[in-house]
Design a protein around this ligand. Structure first.
Ligand code: GLC
Length: 480
């Protein structure tokens, strides 16, 4: 039996702020389902103060010990629960993790160094050693580094393999070289491993140490070898390209399922779209927009940040709503300039625009269900899950051809009476191209029969974890 341990900073439904949490919350169960009795997948993450009582009440204490980190000596509890056949371990230390937010603390470097060390120290305590340590993003990078630099000489860790997955290369975990030994407990002999651009760079070190490096789409695996996308790590990825591969994310098909979603006014599927019309009407009422079945509802559901393409959307939004009979719903929080822009746009077009400047997962699902055209023109997108969720709920995506958006959405066109593609796409990072493709989608919406056919096709595109879980299993098998 193959034993895999996922190490990461967040997982749905316990504690999550973004896509990483979605993936760590659903991929392990998908791998377990695909691999059956041949695979034992477990996950370790911090026990955050933010974790809800329902889950907290189900935790069982499985170990208690102390972790040394340089001159520090800290308490470490390990609690666990089993969900969908996957054992989740939670590293319990109130001082580091019982804080109002998951990240953004001055001592994040120290918090995740402690977490990574605890993940390795936990193994003898629970008497379970994985064959593969699979670490995700910079917060887990040190688990791979510590394995190579500090644990390899111990027999139980000698043959352990490691995988490091990059969910977003923008966040690398960069620190001043002066804290190498005081915080990260690494001696001067590791200076060249840890250093990049005169900084201590945790992601770079994990890329160098890991047996295999993956990222969350094949296209992004190519992009991060170039200066345009790599946030300066392109040289490291080029040098290590022999062990780099991209595996496209999936989404949780049980959690995102319009045919069974109890949060919707009406459920629906690709064969029965009448329910979607009811959800649209209900959302128009909820967002205080006119109840009109004939206008397309456009939506943006995103962190309001420039790299998600919000600068392009704000560049064209005025013209788009002024010149077309459409409604636009924006859901998300983020940069103040965008929040102000959409609040102002909604004030100027109260019959056309609703700006919901918040984040709420249930509300997001109701909006996906109500949406006809989903806008996601990201500047870069390692994978992106929203275009997949939108597709599942029958909202046709308009995306820029980058990263996972390129891999998951192919351009709609018709050839010899056959409908190809599953969305609208454009290549250049330009407002004009986004505007042109969005208008093309609006035009097609008016051709009802064709539109319905496209919606059904989009809904049937397979974005479940099934194919990708098989690819992960294959990769683990190759790591002999
Ligand atoms: C990050 C990326 C996003 C990806 C997610 C899960 O949030 O920005 O594109 O879908 O991780 O891998």
């Amino acid at each position: 039996m193959k034993k895999i341990l996922f190490v990461g900073a967040e997982a749905m439904p316990f504690a999550a702020t973004g896509g990483l949490g979605d993936v760590l919350g659903s991929l392990p169960a998908a791998i377990r389902k695909k691999g059956g009795k041949d695979v034992d997948v477990r996950v370790v993450l911090p026990l955050y103060g933010a974790m809800g009582k329902t889950w907290r009440d189900q935790l069982e204490q499985v170990a208690e010990f102390r972790v040394n980190l340089a001159w520090r000596n800290q308490y470490c509890g390990v609690k666990s629960l089993v969900k969908d056949g996957v054992t989740f371990y939670f590293i319990d230390n109130d001082y580091y993790f019982n804080r109002p937010s998951l990240y953004g603390n001055f001592d994040d470097g120290e918090r995740y160094a402690y977490f990574c060390k605890a993940a390795l120290e936990m193994m003898p305590q629970i008497d379970w050693y994985p064959d593969v340590l699979h670490a995700h993003d910079w917060q887990a990078a040190l688990s791979v580094v510590y394995l190579n630099t500090r644990y390899r000489n111990l027999p139980a860790y000698e043959h352990m393999k490691s995988v490091f997955t990059i969910h977003n290369i923008e966040y690398q975990g960069k620190y001043d070289m002066s804290i190498l030994s005081d915080v990260f407990e690494l001696g001067v002999e590791h200076t060249s491993l840890m250093r990049y651009d005169d900084c201590l760079n945790l992601m770079k070190a994990a890329i160098v140490c890991a047996d295999t490096v993956t990222t969350v789409s094949p296209r992004y695996a190519e992009e991060i070898k170039t200066a345009e996308y790599a946030h300066r790590l392109n040289f490291v990825l080029e040098q290590n390209s022999y062990k780099l591969r991209g595996i496209l994310n999936g989404i949780d098909y049980d959690y995102y399922n319009p045919a069974k979603d109890t949060g919707l006014v009406s459920t629906f599927d690709a064969r029965r779209l009448s329910g979607k019309a009811k959800d649209k009407e209900a959302m128009q009422a909820e967002a205080c927009l006119p109840l009109r079945a004939d206008v397309p509802v456009l939506a943006v559901i995103s962190r309001l940040a420039a790299h998600k393409g919000l600068d392009l959307i704000s560049e064209i939004a005025d013209k788009l709503v002024a010149e077309n009979d459409v409604q636009l719903i924006v859901l998300g929080k983020g940069e103040e300039r965008f929040e102000r822009f959409f609040a102002d746009l909604a004030a100027r077009y109260p019959d056309k625009v609703a700006a919901l400047l918040t984040y709420d997962r249930d509300l997001a699902k109701r909006i996906y269900a109500a949406t006809d055209i989903f806008l996601m023109p990201s500047k870069s997108e390692p994978c992106g899950l929203s275009q997949m969720i939108a597709s599942r709920y029958g909202a046709v995506p308009v995306v820029r051809e980058t990263g996972g958006l390129y891999d998951s959405i192919k351009p709609y066109w018709e050839k010899d009476g056959e409908m190809l593609g599953n969305g609208f796409t454009f290549a250049g990072y330009s407002g004009a191209e986004l505007h042109e493709r969005t208008c093309a989608a609006i035009d097609l919406y008016k051709q009802t029969a064709k539109w319905k056919k496209l919606v059904a096709k989009v809904m049937r595109t397979d974005f479940s974890w099934s194919a990708s879980a098989a690819k992960y299993l294959e990769m683990y098998d190759e790591l002999k």
